[in-house]
Structure formats: structure tokens, C-alpha cells
Design a protein. Sequence first.
Length: 238
Amino acid sequence: GRPALRYKRVLLKVSGEVLMGEQAFGIDLKTIDAVAADIAEVVRQGVELCLVIGGGNIFRGLSMAGKGMERASADYMGMLATVMNALAMQSALEKIGIETRVQSAIPMQAVCEPYIRRRAERHLEKGRVVIFAAGTGNPFFTTDTAAALRAAEMGCEALLKGTSVDGVYTADPKKVPDAKRYDRLTYLDVLSQDLKVMDASAISLMRENDIPIVVFSIRRPGAFLDVLTGQGVHTVIG
Ligand code: UDP
């Protein structure tokens, strides 16, 4: 059989870019279905799952602000983009029989629940996936920080970052062919070497709360469950 699960409750952060698949923008349904299938596999093992999805595939506040738009308004647009991704993921999960609730940090009654920590707790206990949308609800933050915040609030044992790369490397492996992947790093390694894992506020929050971060490629089918059983390729920060 398969090795035992290392964690009972985790938060999975999926960056918006992953959802684009091979497209240059937006949501690729085939990709979102593939990610949903991997999530379903994990949920069926009894893992309590929190989900945070980025919005970079649709809108990034910072790049719009760079072109002259007011930063706070641009960031609110970015947060709205994460709500769209959350609804797409909810639909993909429910199609394959996984119960989900979307909770938005910006209340949007007709679309989803507002973020209420105790209610989210109940959903998790009942085996529902809770998708936390609209980031932290505040401009000048990122969905990485939102993921760290929710992971701490919900008492998650690990924060899993599902990206298009299978861990943290000494340099960008797409540009530097002999870049090496780290198996383990400390929070301070990441902060002091400015390694591109998550932003510094997210790393600091995980460090203060002693929650490990695991970086892995969500593009490889089955990788999510592998990480939870300590298998496969990934980098652990803790
Ligand atoms: N955003 C924000 N506050 C938050 C989370 C997100 O203002 O708490 C905005 C910000 O403009 C960001 C956009 O939402 O650029 C999309 O999120 P992010 O860039 O973190 O998505 P990802 O890179 O994970 O796809």
C-alpha cells in the first residue's frame, strides 16, 4: 500500500498562471479539470483541504498600476480575478463529486459565502473543500500572503505551493540548465537569499507559526498526493 499521509489538514495554493495551461491568458478548462482530479484524489483520502487560487492568469494589480492605474483599484480588480478562478475551480470539483464552498474575503452574497473562519472550520470537518477567494481582501497584498494567513487561521499543518516547477532551484531552471533543486531549506535561507518561493510576508508568517511550506509541480498528475505521503520531487521549507 501507499505510505501514510503526513498531514490531516493542509492548504493548497495554486497560482493563477497554472490555470492558463498552454494558453497565454485566462482559464484552460482541461488544465483546471486535471488539477481538480488531483485534488479529488487527495480529498478522497480524508485530507481536509483549504484552497487558495491566485489571479495572475487574468489580472495582476501591480502591472496595471505600472501603466498608470491607481494601485488600490488595480489590486481590487486582481482580487476579483481570484473569485473568477475560485468559481471555475468549484465547478470543476463539483462536477466530479467533491463538495466545495467558496468564501470570499470581499463579501459577494449572490456569488459565494463571505469569509467566516468558524463556518469554514465546519465545512472542513464535513469534508468539504473550502476555496478562499479574493485574497486577503486588502490591496497591496498577494494571494501568497492570503494563503499563509488562511493556513495559519485554519490550523493547517502545511502550506503546499503548487506551481509549474517541481521545487525551489539555485537559479531559474528554465534559463539556467544546470540549476540545482533544493530538497530542504529553512525559512531564513529563503528570506536571506531572496529565493523566489513566495513573498517575504508569507514566508515570515509561516516561520512565526512553524508551518512548513512544500513547493511542488501541480502539473504532474498525482504529484499532490505524492507530496502528502512524502514521495515524489519537491522542496520542503521549514
Ligand atoms: N491581490 C490583492 N490582495 C490580496 C491578494 C491579491 O490586492 O490579498 C491582487 C493583486 O493585485 C494581485 C492579484 O490580486 O496582483 C492577483 O493575485 P496574485 O498576483 O497573488 O496571483 P498569482 O500570482 O498567485 O496568480
